[in-house]
Design a protein around this ligand. Structure first.
Ligand code: AMP
Length: 297
């Protein structure tokens, strides 16, 4: 496993590798903020299965953190990350400093509009511009054939897919399922911030989403009712402070109100995303489920 810290070294390594690679070989890429867990490892494993070369990036990107967010105290443990990367068979770890990625103030941004006005895009202004901009920089540096993203961040997947489609980027985005603790809590690097009580209460998010899934499966609830149910269940937890609970079509992000006004056949999507962001103390957690769209007639 090679650890690369500069863009120049990454390019140099790639041109050396290219000389040996045959045309059929694929470069798989997993971009992360580091502090790796089983969710990240699942993306690396999928990339390992499908690609001949696996590149992991570890970079806490300041551009995607807003003022007052946790950029400075975001958990970091590069030594442990490298051990996990080695165990998962990663070939190249790209871990640049901020000064390497942004040597001068950046004056270019990639901004995906529309869908970023909702959910995390609404509560974290500028976040998805920061994500789209760094991911396009990383795509230009790593030049992957396939890039692996977790559906725990379903809006991020939709934003990246739209960016790739709109800008004709030559990379296939591979969405991967959310990995959870045995009790259902979605794995997140931020889970380490939770106190034992908050950790226990945080289970309410997944429980509420599961109930909504069941109700949707029975075809008994409209989209507003699904949203109301999730809000009611999460609000019952004394430690939970809801940032948002939203139901949108997926991946086009029509809101419930917009969906109800559509004529039959106007919507290409056959799925809904129920997404929640909830604060427990100072920790903001997100989770979601993607379900079949059942519009009641
Ligand atoms: P992050 O380091 O949080 O930016 O995450 C890097 C990648 O790992 C993103 O594509 C995330 O969606 C994905 N990821 C994070 N948590 C999970 C999880 N619990 N299950 C699956 N993928 C995840």
């Amino acid at each position: 496993m090679k650890v690369v810290r500069t863009i120049q070294d990454m390019r140099q390594l790639q041109s050396e590798l290219n000389a040996y690679r045959d045309m059929a070989s694929l470069v798989g890429f997993v971009p992360t903020l580091g502090f790796l867990h089983e969710g990240h490892a699942s993306l690396l494993r999928r990339a390992r299965e499908e690609c001949s070369l696996v590149v992991l990036s570890i970079f806490v990107n300041p551009l995607q953190f807003g003022a007052g967010e946790d950029f400075d105290k975001y958990p970091r443990d590069p030594k442990r990350d490298l051990r996990i990367a080695e165990k998962e068979g990663v070939d190249i770890v790209f871990m640049p400093e901020v000064s390497e990625m942004y040597p001068r103030p950046i004056q270019t941004a990639i901004s995906v509009t529309g869908m970023t006005g909702l959910l995390c895009g609404a509560s974290r202004p500028g976040h998805f511009d920061g994500v789209a901009t760094v991911v396009s920089k990383l795509f230009n540096i790593v030049k992957p054939d396939r890039a692996y993203f977790g559906l725990k961040d379903a809006q991020q997947v939709a934003v990246i897919q739209k960016m790739v489609e709109d800008l004709n980027m030559d990379v296939t985005i591979v969405p991967c399922p959310t990995i959870r603790e045995p009790d259902g809590l979605a794995l997140s690097s931020r889970n380490v911030y939770l106190s034992p009580e908050e950790r226990q209460e945080a289970l309410v998010i997944q429980q509420a989403l599961k109930e909504a899934e069941q109700l949707n499966g029975e075809g008994k609830a409209g989209l507003h009712e699904l949203r109301d149910l999730v809000i009611k269940r999460i609000s019952a937890s004394p430690l939970a402070d809801i940032d948002y609970v939203e139901v949108v079509s997926y991946p086009s992000f029509y809101t419930v109100d917009q969906l109800e006004k559509l004529e039959p056949g106007q919507l290409a999507d056959s799925q809904i995303l129920i997404a929640a962001a909830v604060r427990f103390g100072k920790t903001r957690l997100i989770d979601n489920c993607i379900l079949p769209l059942r519009l009641r007639t």
